[in-house]
Write a protein that binds this ligand. Structure first.
Ligand code: PLP
Length: 461
């Protein structure tokens, strides 16, 4: 299996090179040249598999440069850190299925991908006798999942910048309580944008980037999408075990990574009926799918902050397929976006889009109401991101089909919002309570690029 760029500017590369490249060197995103297909018969033969065994079956179809034993080992170590025996258990509640993706160490679905990516990095670096310095900015979720993905790993040092005092207490502790020697938390006296600007500046200095083997952990790494494809298969198998015939998914969406994994699963032959893309008020993707309107707005803060995104980085992967795998058309679309603030599509293309996805935008009031209603009906607590998807599913997905809603975070991670909706906070899991007694390590710094650079240089691996 070889990987190509959506911008057409690189010769096909191997899986391991795609993992290490992250963003394609021509500025595009990497995709496999073809999608391996799974027959109905194969699918049936996977019913008895455990999550890690199923993950191996799905992932190995994209990887031909890591031995079967090594890949199995990487996968089993990645999912052994999950606190539930099923890794991503599926629960039926009042006519919808909840796919709980939050049993990893940081209680959000990003662990599913970043535990795997951390182990992959370590494996490839050891084999190549290389080191990697990861640097990233976070408003909360991605940073903590990335830190836990690479803590203690040989050959990797990670630097995560977060805005001092502007993440939730739990999010900050999930980062700063990791005191491994290869983890550096930098709390910046400033905003998330300050953090991101400084990281961009460091990456923009190509000499610096090369000299220190800088790497990123944003959601554009192909291995992250690949790890997420697995749970669509897992959920489909569990739902149909129970005799359901038609299965649809509702996915609360920010960067389009999670829903793109569902699209890939379907292209591999998984019989997914509807793929619902649920957004909050930052609804550019909903406007596009329902009304062909892909025009940039400004980001608004909502109660589902991990979806407060205007430019969804993984969307380019879908556009590449929509535009007939034509890199020139992709480049044209992004030039149009830069010049005119929008991307336009033909009527024919919009027919394809609406066959591929349906979409709903759920505002804050409706999100809070869904947390309340769902709790009243079932006694089950939804986090606000999951609530966006559940609300969308109840609005748009037919009741006579199995509606699987991806639960992307544990409610305790967004307890303030749960309390706002219900009048009481989400019960605190032991893993969160234990955070408060732990030793922490963090360097507080002004939003000054030279100070950050000097800190980095004196702490690189
Ligand atoms: C990151 C995140 C999302 C959005 O996922 P994308 O892959 O960016 O679409 C949704 N919910 C939670 C809790 C997240 O952390």
């Amino acid at each position: 299996m070889r990987y190509i760029s959506t911008r057409g500017g690189i010769a096909p590369i191997s899986f391991k090179d795609a993992v290490m490249m992250g963003l394609a060197s021509d500025g595009g995103l990497l995709l496999p040249q073809t999608y391996p297909t799974v027959t109905r018969q194969q699918l049936e033969s996977w019913r008895q598999l455990t999550y890690p065994e199923l993950a191996y079956e799905v992932i190995s179809r994209y990887v031909d440069d890591i031995s079967a034993d090594d890949l199995k080992n990487i996968i089993s170590r990645s999912y052994a850190t999950f606190s539930h025996a099923d890794v991503t258990p599926l629960i039926k509640q009042d006519g919808v299925y909840i796919l709980e993706l939050f049993h990893g160490v940081t209680l959000a679905f990003k662990d599913v991908a970043l535990q795997f990516l951390g182990n992959l990095f370590e494996h490839i670096l050891a084999e190549r006798n290389q080191t990697l310095n990861i640097i990233g900015a976070t408003s909360g979720d991605t940073g903590s999942a990335a830190i836990h993905g690479v803590r203690g790993k040989k050959g990797i040092t990670i630097f995560i910048l977060h805005p001092h005092g502007k993440t939730s207490a739990v999010q900050a502790l999930q980062m700063t309580s990791v005191t491994d020697a290869n983890v550096h938390n930098i709390a910046v006296r400033g905003t998330f944008d300050d953090c991101q600007d400084m990281v961009k500046e460091l990456f923009g200095d190509l000499e610096f980037k090369e000299k220190y083997s800088l790497g990123a952990v944003n959601s554009i790494n192909w291995a992250r999408v690949l790890a997420q494809v697995v749970y669509y298969f897992y959920a489909w198998l569990r739902v149909t075990d129970g005799g359901e015939q038609t299965v649809s998914f509702s996915v609360p969406t920010g960067n389009f990574g999670d829903i793109f994994a569902g699209y890939v699963a379907r292209r591999m032959g998984l019989p997914i009926d509807k793929l619902l893309l649920a957004t909050n008020e930052n609804n550019i993707l909903t406007r596009f799918i329902t009304a062909a309107d892909y025009s940039l707005g400004t980001v608004v803060s909502t109660v589902s902050p991990s979806m407060d995104i205007q430019i969804a980085s993984n969307f380019e992967r879908y556009l590449f397929h929509l535009f007939g795998e034509n890199p020139e058309r992709v480049k044209g679309a992004f030039a149009e976006l830069k010049e005119q603030g929008r991307i336009s599509c033909s009527a024919e293309e919009m027919v394809t889009v609406q066959n591929d996805f349906c979409s709903a935008s759920v505002n804050q009031e409706a999100t809070l109401e869904e947390i309340r209603d769902f709790y009243a009906e079932t006694g089950y607590l939804l986090d606000p991101h999951t609530a966006v998807g559940v609300r969308g599913a109840r609005q748009l997905l037919p009741e006579d089909t199995a509606r699987v809603c991806l639960a992307t975070a544990h409610p305790a991670k967004f307890s303030e919002t749960v309390e706002r909706a219900l009048g009481f906070p989400a019960p605190v899991p032991d893993s969160v309570r234990e955070l408060y007694g732990k030793a922490t390590r963090c360097d507080v710094m002004d939003a000054d690029i030279e100070k950050v650079r000097a800190f980095f240089v004196s702490h690189v691996g």
